[in-house]
Design a binder for this molecule. Structure first.
Ligand code: NAD
Length: 424
């Protein structure tokens, strides 16, 4: 087995180029049949829609939207919907493909999907966003559904967006169908613990990684990039478990204190000032400095392409847990591996989010509501099992955790396709 296979990629590839290259490399590693490789290269269905709405000023504007269903061999397609001016079909296709592998790695019965509408929510009113959401939903009616394709929030969409989608879909059906989307507010069928689930999943992976490295979590120094939903909750959970949060950051910059910072206090400070910087008793640092700090655990929880070949050599953490999607470039991966840094890849580390979505779907289908203790216990079981599965492959094949996760995810999807056969 070649240990460096994921790294033949150039750094300037589009997300779809990267996703296809990853697939090519894994296909070679697992001797995937050409036919199945061809099937997996192409999404099962890509739908492009135009979404016309009347703006509040009376004018009509048309937004481009799409939904890509990559593969449903293991179950209904599952994936978020993002509202962003830079949404492209290529990017959404790559994200849908990664969702397929992620659901397979954590072994939930879903395939992968992703959707998007090209719009800037910062320039739209709430009622305009609602009209976009409802119109977009009607354009997708024939391809979505609880057993076809289940959407969830992604960038610039949230529980409210999901509630509008569910309401629109339900009006067409004539009865309430909460199981058509996940990430809903609890009052309309959301699951307990969904908000913290991604971060909790990241922390379960960190715990397992620490065990594997025989490292104590109590007192371990942690630096967290990004203080949004995932970053703040990860910092808070790690702090409660005895980790020492030495640095956090957001888009405006970072803060550092070697003695540790209480995340709840930073949260209050950010609520008041809009930023984490200038927090009393800490030193302001840049986002670049945060990544390069001497610490035990680094959690990138903001954007993609943060650890690149330009700074990978300066990373000093023992564990890098990718809460964000795609924070490490392929070239940087190679450098981290050479430095002996233990990396928990995104399709494993942040899969707690989709796992919790799966729990919401199951509760909706059975009209049950689990306690937060039940959901978190089930989440831990799923995450620990997924970590062990990936780690075992990594050891057996003498490869890194990223390639091991891809071998597991793509392998499981390929097995399902093989077993189902090609019809007609
Ligand atoms: P969010 O919008 O709530 O938070 C993003 C945070 O990143 C904010 O604090 C923002 O200030 C910060 N940020 C933006 N630009 C930055 C920069 N240049 N440097 C440092 N910080 C910067 O988003 P989120 O839901 O917390 O998601 C974060 C990441 O986790 C994304 O990559 C997302 O795709 C991934 N993810 C999220 C979930 C989930 O359940 N929310 C699930 C899986 C993966």
């Amino acid at each position: 087995m070649r240990k460096d296979v994921v790294y033949y990629m150039r750094e300037n590839l589009s997300p779809l180029d990267v996703a296809l290259e990853q697939l090519r490399i894994v296909a070679e590693e697992i001797d995937l049949e050409l036919g199945i490789h061809e099937v997996l290269k192409h999404p099962k269905r890509s739908l492009i829609v135009s979404v016309p709405i009347r703006l509040d000023n009376g004018e009509v504007n048309v937004f481009m939207g799409c939904r890509v269903q990559h593969n449903d061999a293991r179950g209904p397609c599952k994936g978020g919907i993002r509202y962003h001016p830079d949404v492209t079909l290529d990017e959404v296709t790559a994200l849908a493909m990664w969702m397929t592998w992620k659901c397979a790695v954590v072994d939930i019965p879903y395939g992968g999907a992703k959707g998007g509408v090209c719009c800037n929510t910062k320039e739209l009113t709430k009622s305009e966003v609602e009209r976009i959401t409802r119109r977009y939903t009607t354009m997708l009616l024939e391809v979505i559904g609880p057993y076809r394709d289940v959407a969830a929030p992604d960038m610039y969409t949230n529980g409210q967006t999901m509630a509008w989608i569910m309401d629109t879909y339900s009006h067409y059906k004539g009865y309430r169908v909460p199981e058509v989307v996940t990430g809903k507010p609890i009052v309309v069928g959301g699951s307990e613990g969904r908000v913290e689930a991604t971060s909790l999943g990241v922390v379960f992976c960190i715990k397992e990684a620490a065990k594997h490295l025989k490292m104590r979590l109590k007192g371990a120094t942690c630096a967290i990039q990004g203080f949004g939903n995932v970053g703040w909750n990860a910092a808070n959970i790690l702090h409660k478990m005895g980790g020492k949060i030495v640095a956090v950051s957001d888009s405006t910059g970072g803060i550092y204190n070697s003695d540790g910072i209480n995340p709840s206090k930073i949260y209050q400070h950010k609520e008041k000032t809009g930023s984490v910087v200038n927090f009393k008793g800490t030193k302001n640092i840049t986002n670049e400095e945060l990544l390069e700090l001497k610490c035990d655990i680094l959690v990138p929880a903001a954007l993609e392409n943060q650890i690149t070949k330009a700074n990978a050599n300066k990373i000093k953490a023992k564990i890098v847990a990718e809460a964000a999607n795609g924070p490490t470039t392929p070239e940087a991966d190679k450098i981290l591996l050479q430095k002996g840094i233990f990396l928990v890849p995104d399709i494993l580390a942040n899969s707690g989010g989709v796992t919790s979505s799966y729990f919401e779907w199951v509760q909706n289908l059975t009209r049950e509501h689990w306690t937060v203790e039940e959901t978190n216990k089930k989440l831990e079981e799923k995450m620990v099992k997924a970590f062990d599965d990936v780690n075992r492959i990594s050891k057996k094949e003498e490869t890194n955790m990223r390639l091991a996760a891809l071998i597991l995810g793509v392998g499981r999807v390929a097995d399902a396709i093989r077993t189902l056969g090609l019809w007609p």
